[in-house]
Design a protein around this ligand. Structure first.
Ligand code: SF4
Length: 670
């Protein structure tokens, strides 16, 4: 069957890779979604989940939501009736306007995250919520906020990381608390796989990237702060602290150095479980430089998450691994590194000063409160991905709570909604994608018509604004106008048509050296390693060698990383992916299982004060003793629960961010 049309587009999932895609449309209308061979990151391949999903449920009319739905059964029953867009939006508009008049916009909550990471679909709805003064459930609090705020306090910003192209000038690369083999599979395969510089990986799990590394420091979860200090002790003893750099560019080093004498490698081994000789080897290699440090999001999802990020982020400053080619750190590379003005995208000027933000950790309790009158969920699936799963679902059953959910599929969250609004997929509208790792600008090009009556997020909120009688021009700017403005901000003269022809450009075209001018955006203009700003944020003045106490009473630490077959909760309803996922498992070290009289395949019940979860046990020497691993984001329709049933929503030490990797559970055979 010959292709009639070939269209280049880009994957907008919550993934470092931002792969190029080729959509082939055959003469008989068959659509085939494959990798773009000209894309420099993915080189013609998509990951397994996207290959399956984009050719499966994403284009399956029977699986997708095709019309607006109105609830006709009890909340959570999943019983709905199709209605017209006019009827759905009219009814929602009337309720929202009544709430605004009686209780104010802050009684309307909205939750969103990374269901679609393209610029318009991921942010345009914020213009609407800013305009009505709704309460935003801060999306990053369920993921990476502690790390962002820690870096902002130290370095003045968190989204201007190293340029990956500078790896050709590095002597080593250290990856702390990230799993590229799952979260950035092509960057793992090519960017990391094709360099022969030594790789250090720091992670409690011996995942594929860790197994392929030259040095893997397999620390016990929650001991990252202690490990960073033990490495600094080695660097100090080796005379490799860059005192000239610290004197010129940093404040507060003396408050760190006075803590280092006690943090010897043997102390580090006792606290973290990492052999002292590996701590020494890794510290010396990193200090030699130039070294790149990739800080993932996993290690800051703990009780001491803010402190852990501060401690790890000491390493580049203490060793002068900043401001030169081949050195630097990366948490995320934000759209601002490509010139994008977020305030324009979100119409931040329309947000009233009284508008509130709450943490995801408080979502369940806020939904219980009668002060909350409505919740609108878009680009996320809170019944699957948020903490306190049982409590949250009970709160969503409130009959007096207006719930509106936008999605491609009838998710567990959508089952509780009063109105479900069908969103178009990324294959069905134009947008712009920018990787949060590489310096790329990519076109997301409409390749096929939307399924049924589904609409892009931005069009849904334009129509809702109109139904509510709002008239602000910002709420009605067209996609084409916004794309033109965004590309103009990123690269003056770049048109969408030109970008769509090539799919992706690297921009700026030549590599950037992070902090080349040492222009730290802190109040002092220097890197602030310690100081009163941290105290004001609720932390000690200086970072310290934190180590969370290990679980007692036979309990285990529960880690819930991403599965390579899921993207958050996306793809969890594709039958082929469900076959790949198999039965829901808990991974345990064989010695740990032996000691507990458990064996491969035993069904075990995990429990704590928040809830219980039954899984099948799988033995794996990749998991440290004292730890259980249960992958996150399984779908939870028909009353099923996933690992968030055990998540009490405790907050980390900074920014009301999550501490999901600090959960302890009991385990017993069923
Ligand atoms: S999820 Fe990531 S690896 Fe998979 S196709 Fe999309 S960008 Fe590529």
């Amino acid at each position: 069957m010959r292709d009639a049309t070939t269209i280049r587009t880009t994957c907008p999932r919550d993934c470092y890779d931002a792969c190029g895609i080729t959509v082939r449309i055959a003469k008989d209308g068959t659509v085939n979604v494959v990798g773009d061979p000209d894309h420099n990151v993915s080189r013609g391949a998509l990951c397994g989940k996207c290959s399956i999903g984009y050719n499966g449920i994403w284009r399956d009319e029977s699986a997708r939501l095709a019309r607006p739905l109105r609830r006709i059964g009890p909340k959570g029953s999943g019983r709905f009736q199709p209605v017209s867009w006019e009827e759905a939006l009219g009814a929602i508009a009337n309720r929202l306007n009544a709430i605004r008049a009686e209780d104010g916009g802050s009684a309307i909550l909205h939750t969103h995250y990374t269901g679609t990471c393209s610029l318009l679909a991921g942010t345009f709805p914020l213009r609407f919520f800013n305009r009505i003064g709704a309460t935003e459930v801060d999306p990053d609090t369920v993921c990476n906020k502690a790390g962002h705020v820690a870096l902002q306090l130290m370095y003045g910003e968190s989204t201007r990381g190293f340029d990956p192209r500078t790896i050709d000038g590095a002597n080593s690369v250290m990856i702390w608390g990230a799993n590229p083999s799952t979260s950035a599979p092509h960057i793992d395969q090519y960017w990391l796989g094709e360099t022969d510089i030594p790789k250090i990986v720091i992670d409690p799990i011996r995942h594929e990237t860790a197994a392929a590394a030259d040095i893997h420091l397999q620390l016990y979860p929650g001991t990252d702060g202690a490990l960073a200090f033990a490495m600094l002790n080695v660097i100090l003893e080796a005379g490799r602290i860059d005192r000239a750099f610290l004197a010129e560019h940093a404040l507060g080093w003396e408050e760190v150095e006075c803590q280092l004498a006690a943090c010897t490698p043997s102390w580090g081994e006792a606290v973290t479980g990492v052999p002292a000789r590996l701590i020494e080897e890794a510290a010396r290699l990193y200090a030699e430089g130039p070294s790149l440090l990739w800080m993932g999001q996993g290690f800051q999802r703990q009780t001491f998450g803010g402190n852990a990020m501060r401690a790890v982020a000491l390493l580049p400053a203490a060793t002068g691994n900043l401001g030169r080619y081949g050195a630097g750190f990366l948490y995320l590379n934000g759209w601002d590194t490509r010139g994008i003005d977020a305030a324009y995208l979100t119409a931040a000027h329309m947000k009233p000063s009284s508008a509130k933000t709450i943490s995801h950790m408080d979502l369940a309790s806020r939904l219980e409160s009668p002060e909350t009158k409505a919740i609108i969920t878009w680009n996320n699936n809170i019944a699957v991905s948020s903490p306190e799963q049982g409590r949250l679902r009970r709160a969503l059953e409130r009959e007096d709570l207006l719930q509106v959910t936008l999605d491609l599929f009838q998710t567990a969250t959508a089952n509780f909604a009063d109105y479900v609004l069908p969103a178009a997929s990324f294959l069905e509208f134009d947008d712009v994608v920018m990787s949060y790792f590489n310096a790329s600008i990519s076109a997301q090009v409409k390749a096929v018509p939307p399924i049924g009556e589904s609409l892009p997020n931005q069009e849904i909120f334009r129509r809702l604004a109109a139904a509510m009688g709002l008239t602000d021009p910002e709420l009605f700017e067209s996609d084409a106008e916004m794309i033109g403005t965004l590309l103009g901000q990123a690269k003056p003269g770049l048109t969408f048509a030109a970008l769509a022809r090539v799919g992706t450009i690297d921009y700026p075209p030549t590599p950037i050296v992070q902090f080349e001018r040492h222009d730290y955006r802190t109040p002092s203009g220097k890197i602030e390693l310690a100081g009163s700003a941290f105290v004001a944020a609720g932390l000690p003045s200086a970072p310290f060698p934190s180590a969370e106490p290990r679980p007692a009473g036979g309990e285990l630490r529960l880690l819930s990383p991403a599965s390579k077959w899921l993207m958050n909760s996306s793809f969890g309803n594709d039958p082929k992916i469900l076959r790949q996922l198999g039965e829901d498992e808990a991974l345990m070290h064989p010695d740990e299982a032996n000691a507990r009289g458990l064996s491969q395949g035993t069904r075990v019940k995990l429990g704590n004060a928040t809830g219980t979860l039954t899984l099948r046990l799988s033995l794996s020497a990749d998991v440290p003793k004292g730890v259980l691993v249960a992958y996150k984001s399984r779908w939870t329709v028909n009353g099923a629960v996933n690992v968030n049933a055990l998540n009490p929503g405790r907050k980390a030490d900074l920014a009301e961010s999550c501490a999901v990797h600090s959960i302890n559970v009991s385990v017993a055979p069923v």
